[in-house]
Write a protein that binds this ligand. Structure first.
Ligand SMILES: Cc1cc2nc3c(=O)[nH]c(=O)nc-3n(C[C@H](O)[C@H](O)[C@H](O)COP(=O)(O)OP(=O)(O)OC[C@H]3O[C@@H](n4cnc5c(N)ncnc54)[C@H](O)[C@@H]3O)c2cc1C
Ligand code: SF4
Length: 489
């Protein structure tokens, strides 16, 4: 441990944000990295717990106390090595992870958690700045070929791990650039897309081949699922041409709200709004959905909803209201009761604070109301939750003015047509069925075909996708080589 008394001497220092007024004028990241001295002081707050709950709370099991200590001692390059030993892409998680490690930090019981995520962010940014992050091509090639369907964090992590142990990896992606939701979905102001480009370049130098605009398996996609594909490759072809296939195609089918008026112009699935925005920021054509001067209602209270809120403000929305079906959670959790687990509590994102966001809880939507085919309002109703059952409150209906509605109620499962094209058995929620522990984990019922990330576990987080990609890579390596894999689990 760097400084035994650090946690008593130093307060938690959060990263500085550019003020909303200034950041609303652009789509760039607005969070500054801690400087060296600040990161050192924050590292000194770590108590190096005998049982580091942070390490268990982190889905990739980051070895957090070690890099906290190394940063405190100024050994940045060693800290970077420890960080990369469990996480291929700390540059992504250091920006957009909700940090379950911090919820699990022992200091979080009765004080403020160590600023783990901000230290991670500082380490990896320094790594790039100093030129310490370089390609790590394999020393020998195995002659085995792996196809990966999907280039989100799960596919990227699996590809990097497998390429580094000498397999020839080809990543197939139906969109025009790699990254999955990191690139198309998550706004540029949360994650600058140049970060994905430099990781892709690193991986290309390690031997990974990216084939974009290629749709694997199915030809038709459900409404609301984006693609830029100009080529198609059949599932059987991949199975025939490669020694192993990993399906890391995400969970892309959006949950819809099939109430009267759903067809009105002005009601969109969240990604119909967010993806064209990413493309526009990257220099493409203007987003056909523009919130300027409009009353926006976002239905759904998670990350996707929040991203619609921030994007609407940047476009100049007249008002933004966010509706959530669940009741309002407590402002502060009962920590002795919830620690070290992820607590249910009111979460206010940076996007919420970029305007006077009206947040309404326990509200259902009965109908979208329009004139001449265009949305004008929503008919809402208050709901009550008792023993997990929802009921409507009689007489509580209201009309809410709206020119644009974004449906951000989550994603159901991967596209069934893709799983069917391979013949992959599904679980009860329509995800690719595969376990994560024991013999044959991550393998599907189809020989040679594995599944990882949101396509297997359902809609989740970037850090879980990275974990699954890494663990799946280990299983694929063992399968290909017929022996224990040297890759970490
Ligand atoms: C708007 C939004 C904001 C989010 N914000 C956060 C956040 O702040 N923090 C966080 O941790 N998580 C966030 N998430 C969740 C996170 O992005 C996902 O959990 C994560 O990206 C899943 O990774 P994945 O690799 O499994 O799938 P994805 O990232 O979905 O990637 C799957 C890829 O597979 C491709 N693909 C699918 N089918 C085919 C096919 N047939 N042929 C070829 N390619 C195909 C897709 O085009 C896609 O590129 C957010 C999600 C959304 C939608
Ligand atoms: S739980 Fe918190 S204080 Fe303990 S080792 Fe992890 S980061 Fe440090």
């Amino acid at each position: 441990m760097g400084k035994p008394t650090g946690f008593m001497e130093f307060d938690r220092l959060s990263e500085a944000y550019e003020p909303p007024k200034a950041r609303l004028k652009h789509y760039r990241e607005f969070v500054s990295t801690l400087n060296d001295d600040q990161a050192k002081t924050q590292g000194a707050r770590c108590m190096d717990c005998g049982v580091p709950f942070c390490n268990n709370g982190c889905p990739v099991n980051n070895i957090i106390p070690d890099w906290n200590d190394l940063v405190y001692r100024g050994q940045w390059q060693e800290a970077l090595e420890v960080l990369h030993s469990t996480n291929n892409f700390p540059d992504f998680t250091g920006r957009i992870c909700p940090a379950p490690c911090e919820a699990a930090c022992t200091l979080n019981i009765d004080s403020e958690a160590v600023g783990i995520k901000s230290i991670e962010h500082a380490i990896v940014d320094k790594g790039w700045e100093m030129g310490w992050i370089v390609p790590q091509p394999p020393r020998f090639k195995t002659g085995k070929k792996v196809a990966i369907v999907g280039s989100g964090p799960a596919g990227l992590a699996a590809a990097q791990q497998l390429a580094r142990v000498g397999h020839s990896v080809t990543v197939f992606e139906k969109n025009d650039r790699p990254g999955g939701l990191l690139g198309y979905g998550i706004p540029d102001f949360k994650l600058d897309k140049s970060l994905i480009v430099r990781r892709v370049e690193q991986m290309e130098a390690e031997g990974v081949v990216f084939k974009t605009k290629v749709m694997v398996g199915c030809k038709a996609l459900p409404a609301g699922v984006a693609y830029d594909a100009t080529e198609h490759i059949a599932a059987e072809q991949l199975v025939k041409d490669f020694d192993a296939v990993i399906v890391a195609a995400g969970s892309e089918v959006p949950r819809d709200l099939p109430v009267p008026g759903r067809e009105l112009k002005g009601v969109y699935a969240a990604l119909e709004f967010l993806i064209p925005q990413n493309k526009m920021v990257a220099g493409g054509k203007a987003n056909p959905i523009n919130a300027k001067g409009k009353h926006v209602v976002v239905i759904g209270g998670g990350d996707t909803g929040s991203d619609c809120v921030g994007t609407s403000y940047r476009q100049g929305a007249a008002s933004v209201t966010q509706l959530e079906l669940m009741p309002q959670p407590p402002e502060v959790e009962n920590r002795p009761l919830t620690w070290p687990y992820w607590p249910l509590r009111m979460r206010t994102s940076s996007s919420h604070l970029e305007g006077e966001t009206q947040r309404q809880f326990a509200i259902g939507t009965k109908e979208f109301l329009g004139e001449k085919g265009a949305l004008k309002a929503l008919r809402t109703i208050q709901v009550e939750w008792k023993s997990g059952q929802m009921s409507e409150v009689p007489g509580s209906e209201e009309t809410l003015k709206a020119d644009l509605v974004f449906l951000a109620m989550g994603f159901l499962n991967p596209v069934a047509g893709l799983l069917d094209a391979f013949g992959i058995e599904k679980d009860g929620r329509g995800n690719a069925k595969a376990t994560t522990d024991g013999a044959g984990c991550y393998s599907t019922n189809v020989p040679k075909v594995f599944a990882a990330g949101d396509a297997r576990r359902g809609q989740s987080l970037v850090v879980w996708a990275i974990r699954e990609g890494r663990q799946c890579a280990r299983e694929v390596d063992a399968f290909l080589m017929g022996r224990e894999s040297a890759l970490p689990r």
